[in-house]
Design a protein around this ligand. Sequence first.
Ligand SMILES: [Zn+2]
Length: 140
Amino acid sequence: MLSSDEAKWIMAQAYAGETIPVTTLCGRCFYNLRGLSYDGVCPECGWRYNAAPLVMEGVFIARQTSPPIGQGLMALCCSAVAGLLLAYTVTWLSIWALTLAIVMVIAAERWATAFITGLREYRSYLRAMKRLASDDLSPD
Ligand SMILES: [Zn+2]
């Protein structure tokens, strides 16, 4: 069994000297690296990248191509439920309501983090698409 570092090394060797045939964007400035070598430096911003399959370091990967609405709604719902449970806890001095409230606060925090991460990745995606359009190159 190969370690992931060994697999990456083998892929990097296999693609040495080849050029990237498809639209692949620089992970920092979204410059289109198509036609350049798999392992190199972005000619626009100097960012080091390796676009060999399984390696894919320093290149843009679209993780979020739509706004993270679901995560945002879950964060809001969990916060609302946590608020209600806290009100119940204070009113009835219920240890069970307090326990559930803590669980809901943790859940709300997780969803809020997912929402913020999703928003950041979605913004990168929009910037990448804008850059691609302004360079007048169609994705393939
Ligand atoms: Zn770049």
